[in-house]
Design a protein around this ligand. Structure first.
Ligand code: MSP
Length: 631
C-alpha cells in the first residue's frame, strides 16, 4: 500500500493526511483479513520547486528537505500510522534504483536525445502541450507557462500506448473508481507525446544525475515514481517479489496522469509488471477551493488531532468523503460528526451497556440464557455488517463500511430501549432474560470493536480493553475472532472513561485556548482520556530575565522565550532568587487563560513540585530549543 511521496516545499496538510489515512486503513484492513501487508510513504525532494523554497529560507536544498521531510515523518505516528518504509528521494538506495531503471530503459532503446521547445509550467515541473493548456494557462496553477527550448532526453512513451490501452481495458479495476479509468482512456485516445525525462544541470542541479549523461539530472517525476520500487529494495531481496504483485497506489486526481500513464509505461519499458491497482480519490475543498499553500487555506492535521483526537480525525475523513469524489472540509461538520456519531451514538451505547453489566452483573459478562427473536435479529444484523465491513473497503467505499457499523449501533441503542434491562432487573424471575440481553450487548460491542480496527485502531483497542478482552499487539484477524458468540461469559469488564468526550461548540475555534482549558479541567480525578491530555500545551521555555514583583515576598515576574516572548508570574520567590533563574530552561503550560497577579499579567504557568524540603522547578534534562512541545 503506497501513498504519494509528498513534496517538501510545504508542510503536511489535511489533503496529505487523507491519502495517508486511507493507505493505513487499507493496510490494517488487509491485516484483519489475514494478509501480510506493507505500507510505504515518504517525501519527494528533488526539483526546482524545492530549490526555490529552500532559497526563500536561505537554506541548501538538502537542509531544507531534511527539515520538511521530518515534519512529514513525525506527523504520521500522531495519526496512528507507522509506515514500514519512509522513503526519501535523497536516500542512497533510492538513487541507486533510479540509476538502475534508467540504465535499463536506456539500454532497451526507449530513451533518445533531442531538441525540444515547449510550454513549461514551473509549478508542475513539466512541459504542457497546447492542447492541455486552458486559455493558454496551466490548468492546475492557473499560471502562464514559460516557453523553454533545450536539448533533452526523451522517453518513447508512444511506443507503449496501445499496450497500455489494452492493459486498462483487460483489467477493469486497474485504475479505479471508473471515472478515473475513463479519464485515463480519454487521455490515451489522442496520440501520446514522448516524455522529457531530463533537465540540463546548467539549469537545475538538484536531482539525480542521468547515468548515461552527467550533464543532466533526472526529471523529478521519473525520480519520484520509482520510489514505489526502491521502497521494496528492487531488484534485490524478497520484498519486491512478495509485495509488488499486489501493489496498490493511493493518490488524488491531481496526479492521475503520471500514475495512470507514465508509470505503467515506464514499468513496462523496464521489464517490470504493472502495479495491481491505482486508487484515485478526489479533493478536500474548503469553501469550494482546493487546499493549497499558495491559496493560504491550509488546515494542519496537527491542529485537528490536538483538538479532536486521532480517531476523531480518522473517522471524519473516512466517513465524510466518498472515495473518488470531492468533499468539503469544515470544522463545524467535523464537530457535528464527532458529537453525533462518536460521542452520542457509539460513546453512549458503549458506556451505558458497560454500566449495566457493572450494575446488574458485578462487571462480569454473564452466561446467556435462551435467545429470542430480538437477539436473533441483532445477531443477523451483525453478521450482515461483518460482510459489509469485509467487502466495502476492498472497493474503497470506507464510508459505506462505517455507515453500516453505525446502523448497527443505532440498532443496539433501540435494542437496549426495547429490552429495558432496568425493568428486567426489578423482577428476579426475569434474571435469565436480563443475562441474555446483557450478553448480547457485550457480544455485539465486541464485534464492533474488532470491526472498527482498520478505521479507528485506538478506539478498537480501548473498547476491547474496557470489555476485558485480552488485546494482542497488531491487527485482530477477523477469521479467528468474529464467530458470533465467542465472547467468554465470566470475563471481567473494566469500564473506563468515555470513549469520546463531547465537543462543546465554544471550544472549537482552533487555537482557542481558554475554553478548551476549561473543558480539560472538568474530569479532574477521573482517568484522563489521552485526548484531554493533548489539550495541555506544555512547552520548554528559557528564562530571559526575572525580577521580584514589588511588595510581594513570593511573586517573581519572569520573562521567558517560548519561541515567542512572554511574561509569567510565579510564586516561587522564597525558593529561587531572580539570579538563580536567569538563563535556566523550564517547563511551562503555554495555553492557560492569562491572569493578573498583583497587577502583573501572567501569560503562562511554570511547573514545579514541592515536598517538605522545598520547591524545585521541573527542568529538561539537557538543552532543548525554547518553544519545543513537551509530550
Ligand atoms: N510529489 C508528488 C507525488 C509524487 S508520487 C510518486 C506530489 N506531491 S504533493 O505533495 O503535491 O502531494 C499530492 C498528493 O497529496 C495528492 O495526490 C493527494 O494524495 C494529496 N493531496 C494534496 N492536496 C489534497 C487535497 N486538497 N485533497 C485530497 N488530497 C490531496 O504531487
Amino acid at each position: 500500500m503506497t501513498t504519494p511521496i509528498y513534496y517538501v516545499n510545504a508542510e503536511p496538510h489535511i489533503g496529505h493526511a487523507y491519502s495517508t489515512i486511507v493507505a493505513d486503513t487499507l493496510n490494517r484492513f488487509y491485516q484483519c483479513l489475514g494478509y501480510t501487508t506493507r505500507l510505504q510513504t515518504g517525501t519527494d525532494e528533488h526539483g526546482e520547486k524545492v530549490v526555490q523554497a529552500a532559497q526563500k529560507e536561505g537554506l541548501e536544498p538538502k537542509e531544507y528537505a531534511d527539515r520538511i521531510s521530518d515534519f512529514f515523518r513525525r506527523i504520521w505516528p500522531e495519526l496512528n500510522i507507522y509506515p514500514d518504509r519512509f522513503i526519501r528521494t535523497t536516500d542512497a538506495d533510492h538513487i541507486r534504483v533510479v540509476t538502475h531503471i534508467l540504465n535499463k530503459v536506456y539500454a532497451g532503446g526507449d530513451i533518445y536525445f533531442s531538441e525540444y521547445e515547449g510550454q513549461y509550467c514551473l509549478g508542475c515541473e513539466r512541459f504542457y502541450t497546447e492542447r492541455e493548456l486552458v486559455n493558454g494557462l496551466c490548468p492546475d496553477h492557473q499560471a502562464k507557462p514559460t516557453l523553454v527550448k533545450e536539448a533533452n532526453y526523451f522517453f518513447r512513451m508512444s511506443a507503449y500506448q496501445d499496450w497500455l490501452i489494452d492493459h486498462i481495458k483487460k483489467n477493469p479495476d486497474f485504475i479505479r473508481p471508473e471515472r478515473y479509468r475513463n479519464e485515463t482512456l480519454s487521455f490515451l485516445s489522442e496520440p501520446l507525446e514522448d516524455l522529457c525525462i531530463s533537465r540540463p544541470k546548467s539549469r537545475l542541479s538538484w536531482g539525480i544525475p542521468l547515468p548515461f549523461d552527467t550533464n543532466y539530472v533526472t526529471y523529478v517525476w521519473i525520480d519520484a515514481l520509482i520510489n514505489y520500487l526502491s521502497g521494496l529494495g528492487f531488484p534485490e531481496g524478497n520484498l519486491f517479489p512478495r509485495f509488488w504483485p499486489s501493489a496498490q497506489h493511493i493518490i488524488a486526481k491531481d496526479i492521475l496522469k503520471p500514475h495512470g500513464i507514465f508509470w505503467p509505461i515506464m514499468l513496462k519499458a523496464a521489464g517490470v509488471e504493472p502495479y495491481q491497482h491505482l486508487n484515485v480519490h478526489g479533493y478536500w475543498n474548503i469553501e469550494q477551493t482546493k487546499i493549497s499553500k499558495t491559496l493560504g487555506n491550509v488546515v494542519r492535521p496537527k491542529e485537528l488531532i490536538d483538538q479532536f483526537g486521532t480517531d476523531g480525525v480518522r473517522y471524519f475523513f473516512l466517513r465524510e468523503m466518498v472515495f473518488g469524489l470531492d468533499a468539503h472540509f469544515s470544522e463545524e461538520a467535523m464537530i457535528q460528526r464527532i458529537n453525533a456519531d462518536l460521542a452520542n451514538n457509539l460513546g453512549n451505547c458503549f458506556s451505558r451497556s458497560l454500566a449495566m453489566i457493572e450494575k446488574y452483573c458485578s462487571g462480569i459478562v454473564p452466561e446467556p440464557d435462551e435467545i429470542g427473536p430480538a437477539e436473533e435479529d441483532l445477531k443477523n444484523h451483525t453478521l450482515q455488517v461483518q460482510e459489509t465491513v469485509k467487502t466495502e473497503p476492498q472497493r474503497l467505499a470506507f464510508h459505506k463500511a462505517l455507515m453500516s457499523l453505525w446502523e448497527l449501533i443505532d440498532e443496539i441503542n433501540k435494542y437496549i430501549d426495547t429490552q429495558a434491562p432496568w425493568t428486567l432487573a426489578k423482577d428476579p424471575g426475569k434474571k435469565p432474560r436480563l443475562m441474555t440481553v446483557l450478553y448480547t450487548l457485550a457480544e455485539t460491542l465486541r464485534q464492533i470493536s474488532l470491526l472498527l480496527f482498520p478505521f479507528m485502531p485506538q478506539t478498537s483497542i480501548r473498547m476491547r480493553q474496557q470489555l476485558g478482552m485480552g488485546v494482542k499487539e497488531g491487527a485482530p484477524v477477523w477469521a479467528e475472532t468474529m464467530t458470533w458468540g465467542s465472547f467468554s461469559p465470566g470475563t471481567h469488564i473494566q469500564k473506563g472513561p468515555a470513549l469520546f468526550p463531547r465537543i462543546e461548540k465554544g471550544i472549537t475555534k482552533m487555537n482557542s485556548i481558554t475554553q478548551s482549558q476549561k473543558a480539560a479541567t472538568v474530569s479532574s480525578f477521573a482517568a484522563l482520556p489521552f485526548e484531554e491530555f493533548q489539550k495541555w500545551d506544555l512547552r520548554v521555555a528559557k528564562v530571559l530575565t526575572a525580577e521580584r514583583v514589588p511588595k510581594s515576598k513570593k511573586l517573581l515576574k519572569i520573562e521567558i522565550d517560548l519561541g515567542e516572548k512572554r511574561t509569567l508570574v510565579a510564586g516561587i520567590g522564597q525558593d529561587y532568587t531572580p539570579e538563580d533563574l536567569t538563563g535556566k530552561e523550564i517547563v511551562v503550560v503555554a495555553n492557560l487563560e492569562p491572569t493578573k497577579l498583583m497587577g502583573v499579567e501572567s501569560q503562562a504557568m511554570l511547573l514545579a513540585a514541592r515536598d517538605e524540603k522545598g520547591l524545585k522547578l521541573i527542568v529538561p534534562d539537557g538543552e532543548i530549543l525554547p518553544g519545543t512541545r513537551v509530550k
